[in-house]
Design a protein around this ligand. Sequence first.
Ligand code: URP
Ligand code: ZN
Ligand code: ZN
Length: 471
Amino acid sequence: MAGDVSGQGLLLQGGRLVGAAETVDADLLVERGRIAAVGRGLRAPGARVVNCAGLLVMPGFIDAHTHLDGPQDTPGGRIRTADDWDSGTAAALAGGTTTVVDFSVQETGGTLAEAVEAWHALAASRTRIDYGLHVVLTDLREDVRAEVARLPGLGVVSLKVFMAYRRSPLYLDDARLLDALRAAAAAGLPVTVHAENGEVIDALVADALARGDRSPEHHAATRPPEVEADATARVIRLAALAGARIVVVHVSCAAALEEVRRARRRGRPVHAETCPQYLAFTAQDLARPGFEGAKYVCSPPLRGREDQEALWDALRDGDLELFSSDHCAFDFADQKSLGHHDFSRIPNGIAGIEERAAVLWTLGVGAGRLSENDFVRLVSTGPARVYGLHPRKGSLLPGADADVVLWDPTATTTVAAANRHGALDHTPYEGMTLTGTSMAVYLRGSEAFREGSVLAPPGSGRHLRRQAAAG
Ligand code: URP
Ligand code: ZN
Ligand code: ZN
């Protein structure tokens, strides 16, 4: 659509609009927080005009796997993450992210509605960007089974289950896993799955500690790819038995990916996600001197170069539909240090909410592995589709929320803890030079970030009532 467009608003003029399917040179008009028109030569008397020459104009990025502030069950017990909703979403904005989907966790003996309420209490007044919630199912009683079907009424349309962390309340054995998958299938909701064999991990960790292997690199050695592939294959089969749709989160290795690919070839409703840390780092980072390796302890663990190549192939061909941060930030000084003499007590989790998109741009688009459209599909449109946010989020179509990133594809940043926007006392990406940066970010038409400064105050974000997406 071209020509005059009446009414005040914001006119993003002369940029290249990048979507998941195509790139077009066009202007974009925003009115009342929504995209009003897309076309060449748009004129809008009274609108604020922003010159976007040389910039890519993309739909706001969506990070559908974050752990902000809520109590995290770690091997050393319950602790809170270093980033809360205020600092975590400031960092998100700096990286171009305008929506997160975070995990609210059911307490043992508690209800799902209580979990959702508890997360709203943490998020609503602090979040600077829009948010949705998944619910982690830990205690599937008769009353909770009925509650699963009522979740869409709360705007929550995805569950999460853990096959790992056997000594924590999160862990589900196979019988309870099947039960959860059945309840989700009956309600028509997808289940996101942390797929690692928790029993085998515990046995391997006990062996390692008995041998005196206590340093961070043993984290990867005690969670080998077989452990992840085994759980991935098992949950795919149990989901088939239950008739459930699943999302295998944080896929880290070729062996687990192979199980996902095989299931998808068979037409199973299996989606999969990977994360920047599995592309930017390897298991060798766990051996950094001076306990620095603890900064790289996450689960599944970091892997090798061949695994990375397999992940790149699947990001390109679409079997990996989601690229999320799994941002779970623990301070080095007083949180990662809990495992100083025992790697199995290091809190599992790594930061990446700010770096996610720039890592994918640098290592993916910059290195010729992905197109700019693949990039938008992975950081924005894919998660919007899988998690019931599309086309309101993840698109630049007229009527969509005007969440927009003005992306400079050539600007470089050398990452340092001092130039991060979150609260963590370190960054795992310290010293890495990333290409591609968000120059400005708009949330529902309001300028939320510009040239290094976060402008959206805490409380600017809204809860997104999601709708179950079709298979
Ligand atoms: O190590 C990780 N991934 N920590 C966050 C919790 C989880 O397992 O997703
Ligand atoms: Zn996980
Ligand atoms: Zn996670």
